[in-house]
Design a protein around this ligand. Structure first.
Ligand code: ZN
Length: 160
C-alpha cells in the first residue's frame, strides 16, 4: 500500500466525469487500498478516486475511523430531509463552507467483489456520500457553499 498525492482545487482532474469500473483487477484493488490509506493518513472521512488523479467511479468513506465503506460505481437511489452544516474537502485544504445536503440518503454500489449492496446513511454519513459522489461527476462542494468559505485550522479540519 502507498499514500497517494491528493490533488487540490485548480487541478483539472477534479472537474472531469469519472468512468465506471467494469472489472476488478489487481490494479483497481491496489488503488482502493491506497485510497483508504491516503484518507486515514490525511484524517479525512472520505476520498474519491479523482482526488488521487484516477478518473474511476470509486469512493471510500469512513465517518467513524473504524467503519470503512468502499463504493464502486455508486449512485444515490433515495434521499430525504435536509441538513445544513460546515463541510470540508481534502482537495480544498484549510477551508470549510456551509452546504445544505439531504439528511438521509440510500446509495447502491458494487463492493470489491463487484457485488451490489446498499448503503444507507443519515447526518454525517449522508453528507459524506453526497460529497464523494459529487467528486465522481467533477463537482466540488465549493460550488454549493452558501456564502464565503471560512479558514479552518488544519488539525481541526473535518475533511472529506
Ligand atoms: Zn472532497
Amino acid at each position: 500500500m502507498a499514500i497517494r498525492n491528493i490533488r487540490e482545487i485548480g487541478d483539472e482532474v477534479l472537474t472531469k466525469r469519472c468512468k465506471e469500473v467494469t472489472e476488478m483487477t489487481p490494479r483497481v484493488k491496489e488503488l482502493i487500498e491506497d485510497m483508504l490509506e491516503t484518507m486515514y493518513e490525511a484524517n479525512g472521512v472520505g476520498l474519491a478516486a479523482p482526488q488521487v488523479g484516477v478518473l474511476k467511479r470509486i469512493v471510500v468513506i469512513d465517518t467513524t475511523g473504524e467503519d470503512p465503506h468502499i463504493l464502486i460505481n455508486p449512485r444515490i437511489v433515495e434521499s430525504s430531509g435536509e441538513q445544513t452544516g460546515q463541510e470540508g474537502c481534502l482537495s480544498v485544504p484549510g477551508k470549510s463552507g456551509q452546504v445544505t445536503r439531504p439528511n438521509y440518503v440510500k446509495a447502491v454500489a458494487l463492493d470489491v467483489n463487484m457485488k451490489e449492496f446498499e448503503l444507507e446513511g443519515t447526518e454525517l454519513l449522508a453528507r459524506a456520500i453526497c460529497h464523494e459522489l459529487d467528486h465522481l461527476d467533477g463537482h466540488l462542494y465549493v460550488e454549493k457553499a452558501e456564502g464565503p468559505l471560512q479558514d479552518v485550522r488544519y488539525d481541526e479540519d473535518d475533511s472529506e
